[in-house]
Design a protein around this ligand. Structure first.
Ligand code: PLP
Length: 502
């Protein structure tokens, strides 16, 4: 350590303490370690001649990043139509050579037409757009929502964003007026929510999801959590719901959604519906909050010129290009739709997003294609459909393979995967292993995941990173990695781990 006083303005003791408090396990210690392993293996390969895996000193020759829903990092191929259009937007001079595009480079006429239309609407993708996004793209989003829900959507209620994360950040910044404000957050949850609340020095009011009912929402639990928060002096402003769930993989039945809206209506809470996995549904059907809200409003009209019981509900629903079969998370595109918000509040939301100028314009264009993909009969349809269904089937196959493997494993309990990109099994960790964890200063689930990484190269996230009921332990894995042989690596590790610590 240097004896001279530091000349730096910033040190760990004088930066924003709320940033230090925020936790985001998805990219935490395990992810960093897995990247070190990956770099080590890559270096050995580059130094060639080909070395057997043992030369690395590691008992595996590949690292599997099952810690993060990052589809294209894990070999999911981009959808051709999307990339063809984006390539033309980035380099419009290509549009002077239709013949080359169509005859030699496999572009289809509808991709060329879409790019021309977007350029006409946007100008250059290198220019800032309006703060809420390109008007024509917001119109496409509104039409998509109308087709999805069967109820009108107003483009002026659509805010394009740099992924759903940016939308969540905007909404939470606006809602969290002071340190007494709290938001009901499902536990387990995607840690964006708790981390953002920490940064804003606002309160997380946790409500546990019900593992026994496939991670559904239990209204009694939510009510209790709300009452407890109020009793602590918390000014509860909103309830977050992630549907389909991360990390749970649950897809909520319509009745759960209806109950949440009714509860929000009674208690004047904003509903924040994180619906980024809306196309990742294997079992049952996706019900959007917007549709259920509109049905409730339609079926319960106000009488004698009065408002109906659900007319005042404020709903923010978020979607993204990052997930689903699109998987374009690196392009940072998404949107949120606001229903029922006070005009003066939306003006402040508009100002807040204006401070960031605009979401990435290429990401906005990817949103346009997500909500308005090729239709049956269009020249690009056949390939688009083949690619889209191929990705969807691959996800389902891998989810099922993992689910079956977990079901067979001793001391592991797992709900059937219904949607999203994750499985979140319960693990029972023997006492001896819990002691070993304690000696290393780790939580038992962290210890398990670190051992799994060291033994197999597979990186998953301990349940403690998402929150879990006291006394229970889990881990979350994505099922995005190609093939299913890595599932065998987990099974083998798990057996050896139990044998070691029995
Ligand atoms: C539930 C949930 N919401 C939001 C996000 C953030 O998505 P985006 O890439 O659109 O910011 C994620 C990413 O994994 C997520 O799982």
């Amino acid at each position: 350590m240097s004896s001279t006083a530091s000349k730096k303005s910033l040190n760990i003791n004088n930066i924003n303490p709320h940033v230090k408090e925020a936790k985001y396990a998805v990219r935490g210690e395990l992810a960093i370690k897995s990247e070190e392993y990956r770099a080590k293996l890559r270096k050995l390969k580059q130094e060639g001649p080909p070395t057997p895996p043992t030369d690395s000193g590691l008992p595996f020759d590949t690292v599997i990043s099952a810690n993060i829903g990052n589809p294209q990092q894990l070999d999911q191929k981009p959808i051709t139509f999307f990339r063809q259009v984006l390539s033309l937007l980035e380099y419009p001079n290509l549009l002077d050579h239709d013949d080359v595009l169509l005859q030699h480079l496999d572009y289809k006429q509808d991709a060329v037409d879409r790019a021309r239309w977007l350029i006409k609407e946007i100008g250059s993708v290198g220019a800032y757009s309006q703060s809420t996004g390109v008007p024509a793209i917001r119109e496409s989003v509104a039409k998509y929502i109308e087709r999805r829900d069967g109820f009108p959507a107003d483009p002026s209620n659509i805010y394009l964003s740099a992924g759903a994360s940016s939308g969540v950040n905007t909404l939470m910044n606006v809602m969290c007026a002071n340190e007494k404000v709290g938001i009901l957050i499902p536990i387990p949850q995607y840690p964006l929510y708790t981390a953002t609340l920490s940064v804003l020095n606002a309160r997380c009011c946790p409500y546990y999801l019900d593992e026994a009912s496939g991670w559904g929402t239990d209204m009694e639990t939510i009510k209790k959590s709300y009452e407890d928060a109020k009793a602590n002096g918390t000014d509860v402003r909103a309830i977050v719901v992630i549907n389909p769930g991360n990390p749970t993989g649950a897809s909520l039945p319509r009745s759960d959604i209806e109950s949440i809206i009714k509860f929000a209506a009674e208690n004047q809470l904003v509903v924040m519906a994180d619906e980024v996995y809306q196309t990742n549904v294997f079992i049952g059907e996706f019900f959007s909050f917007k549709k259920v809200l509109r049905e409730l409003q339609r079926d319960n009209p106000g009488k004698d010129g009065q408002e109906g019981p659900y007319d005042h509900v404020e709903l923010a629903s978020l979607h993204s290009i990052s997930k689903g079969m699109v998987g374009e998370c690196g392009h940072r595109g998404g949107y949120f739709e606001l229903i029922g918000f006070d005009k003066e509040v939306t003006e402040q939301i508009y100002k807040f997003i204006s401070i960031m100028l605009c979401p990435p314009v290429i990401g906005q264009c990817a949103v346009e294609m997500m909500v308005n993909p090729p239709k049956e009969g269009d020249p690009s349809w056949e390939l688009y459909h083949k690619e889209y269904t191929g990705i969807a089937e691959g996800l389902k196959t891998r989810a099922t393979a993992l689910y079956k493997a977990f079901k067979e494993m001793e001391g592991v309990e797992i709900s059937e995967p219904q949607g999203s990109m994750y499985l979140f099994p319960t693990i029972h960790i023997p006492e001896k292993a819990q002691k070993a964890a304690e000696e290393k200063g780790k939580k038992p689930d962290e210890f398990y995941c670190l051992e799994l990484l060291d033994a197999t190269g597979i990186c998953v996230v301990p349940g403690s990173g998402f929150g879990q009921k006291p006394g229970t332990l889990h881990f979350r894995t994505t099922f995005l990695a190609p093939g299913t042989d890595w599932v065998g690596r987990i099974t083998k590790f798990h057996k050896e781990f139990l044998d070691q610590y029995r």
